[in-house]
Design a protein around this ligand. Structure first.
Ligand code: FMN
Length: 350
């Protein structure tokens, strides 16, 4: 049903400023999660049980996850599984609540089916997220799919103290998340991507692993890293016991745009796919079965998901595809995969 309705409401949403449309939709979903969930579940529903899988030490209900950034503060968390997501990642959250960059900071590129954002980790902070997650559990509103929390560095925290900023958030959220994703790859916090370099990264990952106390930790990388740097980050992650790599975040590259709006920020959506695909190939090679790989970047149809799973990804995530193709995308992928299940890839993902 949403597949039919979304093309009708999309022009209305697209007539609003991009961030306003996003905030309005999230608020509506947060206000009536049960009703919205029931309506969505009528046609979307949870992934069929044969699509469940073990990845990075977690039992996922299906291969398609909600990517970080869409519901940073988890305000509509109970709703997302009804669209067919097999896992949901909330955040990025930081140790200090922060407003993010000045608006406008989110731009649609309809011709390219792409977004540019420079949100700058606007979020209510990890303490607020921890109390919201606790209250969802207490009220029995916890989703039936795994929930990951993506953590980043607060803007006010100097790079040299980044590790303690990440660890503070993880400690507050320990026991409330099925996994943690360490985000060192958003382009909108000055200096953040430097944390992908070995010395910084080792310090951040060690601190997070200790604070996570056994909860699986994943690392999210940028598609703009040079191949050597990418390999080094993956290899370090495997050495210190990280369970998975999320590849990739948004890009600073503008080469594939029909028309460059010349806005600073990270590009996501269709033009990111070739770059993300290349990055995923390198990550899969370097991981060599030691780590699970979650493919993300420009996914907008079932064929791309199938390609990534067959290449050895344990799961995928989507964000921009939901905006341009519609919220029916995860269910469409689930239907496609369960119609024609091919043998699982030989790579072990647990
Ligand atoms: C508006 C917006 C905000 C985002 N915020 C975050 C974030 O807070 N943390 C993060 O790790 N990734 C964030 N991302 C990146 C997405 O999780 C994803 O890696 C990227 O958009 C590529 O996937 P896509 O082409 O399916 O959108 C954001 C993306 C968009 C479009």
């Amino acid at each position: 049903m949403l597949d039919v309705v979304y093309p009708l409401i999309r022009p209305l949403l697209f007539s609003l400023d991009a961030e306003q449309a996003h905030a309005t939709t999230l608020r509506a979903l947060a206000a009536a999660p049960r009703l919205a969930g029931r309506v969505a579940a009528l046609t979307m529903g949870p992934p069929p049980s044969e699509l469940a899988r073990d990845a990075f030490g977690v039992r996922l209900a299906g291969p398609v996850g909600l990517a970080a950034g869409l519901d940073k503060d988890a305000i509509a968390l109970p709703f997302w599984p009804s669209l067919g997501f097999g896992f949901v990642e909330v955040g990025t959250v930081t140790a200090h609540p922060q407003p993010g960059n000045p608006r406008p900071r989110l731009f649609r590129l309809p011709r390219d089916r792409a977004l540019i954002n420079r949100m700058g980790f606007n979020n209510h902070g990890s303490a607020a997220l921890a109390s919201l997650l606790r209250s969802l559990r207490a009220r029995d509103r916890w989703p039936e799919v795994p929930v990951g929390v993506n953590v980043g560095k607060s803007k006010v925290t100097p790079l040299a103290e980044a590790h303690s900023d990440y660890a503070t958030s993880v400690r507050r959220l320990q026991g409330l998340a099925d996994y943690f994703a360490v985000n060192v790859s958003s382009p909108n916090t000055p200096g953040l991507r430097e944390l992908q370099e070995r010395a910084h990264l080792e310090r951040v990952l060690d601190a997070v692993m200790e604070a996570a106390a056994g909860t699986p930790v994943l690392l999210k990388l940028a598609p703009d890293l040079e191949e050597d740097a990418l390999r080094e980050a993956v290899s370090l992650a495997a050495e210190v016991g990280v369970k998975g790599i999320i590849a990739a975040n948004t890009t600073l590259c503008r080469d594939r745009l029909a028309r460059d709006p010349e806005q600073a920020g990270g590009l996501s959506g269709a033009p990111l796919w070739p770059l993300a695909r290349q990055c995923i190939t390198t990550v899969l090679q370097e991981a060599a079965g030691r780590l699970s790989v979650v493919g993300v970047g420009g996914i907008e149809n079932p064929a791309q998901v199938r390609e990534l799973l067959e290449a050895g990804c344990a799961a995928v995530q989507v964000y921009t595809g939901l905006i341009f193709r519609g919220p029916g995308l995860p269910a469409q992928v689930n239907r496609d995969l369960s119609r024609d299940p091919r043998p699982p890839s030989p790579v072990r993902h647990d």
